[in-house]
Write a protein that binds this ligand. Structure first.
Ligand code: NAD
Length: 489
C-alpha cells in the first residue's frame, strides 16, 4: 500500500555537511549567506510535502526518529560528552528527556493544533466556524551548547510535529551533536525536513535574515538582543529563550534537608551551566543557619573531575571560567564569605584551551554574606556557585527574587504556602518543594519573562508557538444584516 509519506521529496544534498565532522576551520571557509540560503530553500521545498502528510503521517515518521534516537542514545551521549565535557549520566538524562518531548509533541499535535468547531448561540444561527493552527512554514532554530540535545529539541520536535520544516544552527561548541541529530533524522525519515547549518555568529545572523517564517533562539540574553535586531530587518517573528538567575526560596516551615538537596542539585548539576539552575538561595531568617549548614554539608561532597565517577565536568565555554572567577572574587572582595570552596585565580583560560585543561574544572563554591548589589546577586553566573542570602520573611524573599532583570524559573520550599508564594515570583516557571521539575514534563510550557525572553517551548503552548491560528467562518443561511442594508441602499 502506498502511504502519502512514501512520496517524500528525495534528499538532493546535505547542506549540513560543511566540513566533515563539522570542524570550525572547515565551516569558516563557507559563505554563511550561501550556506543558509541553500538550507532554507531545501527546507521550504520539503515543507509542502511535510504539511500534506498530516498529523498521522508525521507522527509515524517522528516515531521512527524517536526510535533512532533511543537506539543511538549511548553513541549520541558519547558525542555530547566529548563536546561539552559533561558526565555520561548527564548526557543520557538530557537525551532521554528530549526523546520524551519528541514523542509527546507528535502524539498531542492533532488534539492541540487540529481543526475544531467553535460556536456560541449567536454565532451558530448564522455561521459555521472553525479554528485550527497551521504551520508557519520554515522555522530557524539557533541553539546553545549547554544542553545541545534537550534544548533545541524543545523547538525542533514541536515545530516539526506542527507541520513545519526546520533549519537548525547548533552552537559552534557542539557541531557534531547537531550533525548527529540531523543525520539520525535523515536515517529515520529520508527527507530534508531538518537541515543543519554549522558556524558561528555570522551563520546565526544569516539565518535571522534568511526569510525563515519564525526564528526560535535559545542562548544568552545578550545575544538575544542582537538576534532580535537582525530579525527586525525582515520582520521575522522570534521566540526568545534567554538566560536566568533563578532563586530558590526557603520558608520557615520548609523541609530544610530537602531544600538544601534541591539547591545543591539544581545549582551544581551540569557544573552550574543550566539556564534554570539555582543560582541564589533566599532563606527565611528562622531557618537560615540550618539551610547554610545543610548546603555546606551536601555541596562539600560534590566533586568536579574528568573521570567517570566525577559529579561535575569542566566549564564548556572557555571565556565563562573568567566570568565565574571574577563574580566570585568581586563578591568576596566586597565582604562575601566562601563557606565551600574558594575563589581561585582570575586568570581564566584562553579560547583554545582543551576541555581537559585542569583550569576548566571548577570545584563548587558556596557564598554567604553577599554584599548588596553585587554582580553575583543580579547577573547570570553560569558556573558551580550558589549564594545563600538571609531574608526576614516571604515578602522580602519574593521582592529579592524579583529584583533581577531575569525571570526564567525558580523554586519555593514551604509546607503551607508554596503555591501562593510561587505565584508571586515573577518568572515563567516555579517548582514547589522540588527543583527544575518542570523541564522534564512535556505538558508544561517552558519559558521566561523580562530579560529571560518571551514565547514558550514545550506543552500545548510550545506546539502553537510555531503555528498560526486560522479561523474560517462560513455563512449558513441569510447574509449578515450589514450586507443586506448595504444592498438596499
Ligand atoms: P550564546 O548566546 O553565546 O549563543 C547561542 C547561539 O547563538 C549559538 O549558536 C551562537 O553561535 C549563536 N549566536 C551568537 N551570536 C549570534 C548572532 N549575533 N546572531 C545569531 N546567532 C548568534 O549562548 P551560549 O553560550 O551558547 O548558551 C548559554 C546561554 O544560553 C546562557 O545564558 C543560558 O542561560 C542560555 N540558555 C537558555 C535556555 C532557555 O531555555 N531559556 C536554555 C539553555 C541555555
Amino acid at each position: 500500500m502506498t502511504t502519502p509519506y512514501a512520496e517524500r521529496p528525495a534528499l538532493s544534498h546535505r547542506t549540513g555537511a560543511v566540513g566533515e565532522g563539522g570542524e570550525p576551520s572547515a565551516y569558516r571557509a563557507v559563505d554563511p549567506t550561501e550556506l543558509v540560503t541553500r538550507a532554507v530553500g531545501l527546507a521550504r521545498e520539503t515543507q509542502r510535502w511535510w504539511a500534506s502528510i498530516g498529523f498521522a503521517g508525521r507522527r509515524h515518521l517522528l516515531d521512527r526518529w524517536r526510535q533512532e534516537l533511543t537506539d543511538g542514545m549511548e553513541d549520541l551521549a558519547a558525542v555530547v560528552r566529548e563536546e561539552t565535557g559533561k558526565p555520561h549520566g548527564d548526557a543520557m538524562l538530557e537525551i532521554g528527556l528530549a526523546v520524551e518531548h519528541l514523542a509527546w509533541a507528535a502524539r498531542k499535535a492533532p488534539k492541540v493544533l487540529g481543526r475544531r468547531r467553535v460556536g456560541s448561540t449567536l454565532l451558530a444561527a448564522h455561521l459555521a466556524a472553525t479554528v485550527e493552527y497551521l504551520p508557519q512554514g520554515v522555522i530557524g532554530v539557533i541553539g546553545p551548547w549547554n544542553y545541545p540535545v534537550f534544548t533545541p529539541m524543545g523547538s525542533i520536535g514541536y515545530a516539526l510535529a506542527g507541520g513545519n520544516t526546520v533549519v537548525f544552527k547548533p552552537s559552534e561548541l557542539t557541531p557534531r551533536t547537531g550533525q548527529w541529530l540531523a543525520d539520525s533524522f535523515e536515517r529515520a525519515v529520508g527527507s530534508p525536513c531538518l537541515q543543519v547549518v554549522q558556524g558561528e555568529a555570522q551563520v546565526g545572523e544569516a539565518l535571522c535574515r534568511s526569510g525563515v517564517d519564525k526564528l526560535g533562539f535559545t542562548g544568552s540574553s545578550a545575544t538575544a538582543k542582537k538576534v532580535m535586531a537582525t530579525c527586525a530587518e525582515t520582520l521575522t517573528p522570534v521566540l526568545i529563550e534567554g538566560g536566568g538567575k533563578d532563586a530558590l526560596i526557603v520558608d520557615e516551615d520548609a523541609d530544610v534537608e530537602a531544600a538544601a538537596q534541591a539547591a545543591v542539585w539544581g545549582g551544581l548539576s551540569n557544573a552550574g551551566q543550566t539556564c534554570i539552575g539555582v543560582e541564589r538561595v533566599l532563606a527565611h531568617t528562622a531557618v537560615y543557619d540550618e539551610v547554610v549548614a545543610a548546603i555546606v554539608r551536601q555541596a562539600s561532597a560534590v566533586r568536579a573531575g574528568l573521570d567517570d565517577s566525577a559529579d561535575l565536568g569542566p566549564i564548556t565555554l572557555p571565556k565563562q571560567v573568567r566570568i565565574i572567577h571574577d563574580q566570585v572574587a568581586e563578591a568576596v572582595a566586597d565582604g562575601a564569605r566562601a563557606v565551600v570552596g574558594a575563589p581561585a585565580s582570575t586568570d581564566g583560560v584562553g579560547p583554545d584551551s582543551a576541555l581537559t585543561d585542569p583550569a576548566r574544572l571548577l570545584q563548587p563554591v558556596v557564598l554567604v554574606d553577599i554584599p548588596e548589589g553585587a554582580r553575583i546577586q543580579t547577573e547570570e553566573t553560569f558556573g558551580p556557585v550558589i549564594t545563600v542570602e538571609r531574608v526576614a520573611d516571604m515578602d522580602a524573599a519574593v521582592a529579592a527574587a524579583n529584583a533581577v532583570d531575569y525571570g526564567l524559573g525558580g523554586a519555593v520550599f514551604s509546607r503551607r504556602n508554596g503555591p501562593e508564594i510561587a505565584r508571586r515570583v515573577r518568572s515563567g516557571m516555579t517548582s514547589v518543594n522540588n527543583v527544575i521539575g518542570f523541564a522534564g514534563l512535556p505538558e508544561l510550557p517552558f519559558g521566561g519573562v523580562g530579560g529571560s525572553g518571551f514565547g514558550r517551548i514545550h506543552g500545548a503552548d510550545g506546539l502553537r508557538e510555531f503555528c498560526y491560528a486560522k479561523s474560517v467562518a462560513r455563512q449558513r443561511f441569510t447574509p449578515p444584516v450589514s450586507m443586506t442594508n448595504f444592498q438596499r441602499r
